[in-house]
Ligand binder design. Sequence first.
Ligand SMILES: Nc1nc2c(c(=O)[nH]1)N(C=O)[C@@H](CNc1ccc(C(=O)N[C@@H](CCC(=O)O)C(=O)O)cc1)CN2
Ligand SMILES: Nc1ncnc2c1ncn2[C@@H]1O[C@H](COP(=O)(O)OP(=O)(O)OP(=O)(O)O)[C@@H](O)[C@H]1O
Length: 180
Amino acid sequence: MKKKALREQIIANLTALSPDVRHFQADELYQDLFASHAWNTSHTVAVTMSTETELDTQPIIEAAQQADKRVLVPRTFPGRQMEFVPLTDAVRLETSEYGIEEPVNGNATVKSAIDLIVVPGLGFTPAGDRLGFGGGYYDRYLADYSGQTVSLALDAQLFDTPQWSVKEHDIRVQQVITVH
Ligand SMILES: Nc1nc2c(c(=O)[nH]1)N(C=O)[C@@H](CNc1ccc(C(=O)N[C@@H](CCC(=O)O)C(=O)O)cc1)CN2
Ligand SMILES: Nc1ncnc2c1ncn2[C@@H]1O[C@H](COP(=O)(O)OP(=O)(O)OP(=O)(O)O)[C@@H](O)[C@H]1O
C-alpha cells in the first residue's frame, strides 16, 4: 500500500479505538517504558507534544519530571529540520499550523546531550521500522544521533513486517514497546 493511504488507514483505526481500549493499551505501554533500561538510565529525554490521534505523551512528560529527568520537546524550522528545547516553566508553547504545540522561546539542547528520544510515528514493526507522518523530521534528526531511541505502539500501529516501502534514509527505532 502507498504510504499516504496507509497513514490514512492507521489514523482512521486510531480514531475508531474506544477510549477505554486506548487507555488500557496506553497504560501498559507507559508501564513498560518506565520499567525499561533505556528510561531508567536516561536523564535527558525528548518527547513530543502529542495530538489527539497520537498516544498521549502527557503521562510520559509527568513521569519524567517526577523522576527529575530533563524533558525536551521538538521545535520544527524550515527545511524540515527540528531541534529539541527544554520544557521548563519559562517556555511558551504555541500551536503550529499542523496543530502541534511547539516552544517559541528557549534554546535548543545539543543532540549529544540527549539520552533518550521517544520517537513518534503512525506505524511500527517489532524490528523498529517506522512510518511517520511524512515530514522526515525524525529520520533527518536521527541520522547523526547516537543516544537511545524508543517508540510506543498501540495494536493498531503494529505490523509484523513493514507494509510500506523502507528507504535508505529510514532510521530504525532501537526498541518498539508493544501491547502484550
Ligand atoms: N506530536 C508530534 N509532534 C511532532 C511530530 C510528530 O509526529 N508528532 N513530528 C514528527 O515528525 C514533527 C513534526 N512533524 C510533521 C510532519 C509532517 C508535517 C507536514 O508537513 N504535514 C503536511 C504535509 C506536508 C507535505 O508533505 O506536503 C500536512 O499534514 O498537510 C508537519 C509536521 C515534530 N513534532
Ligand atoms: N536524512 C534525510 N535526508 C534528506 N531527506 C530525508 C532524510 N530523511 C527523510 N528525508 C525525506 O523526507 C521525506 C519524508 O520522509 P518519510 O516519508 O520517510 O517521513 P516519515 O518518517 O514518515 O516522517 P517523520 O520522520 O517526520 O515522522 C521524504 O521525501 C524523504 O526523502
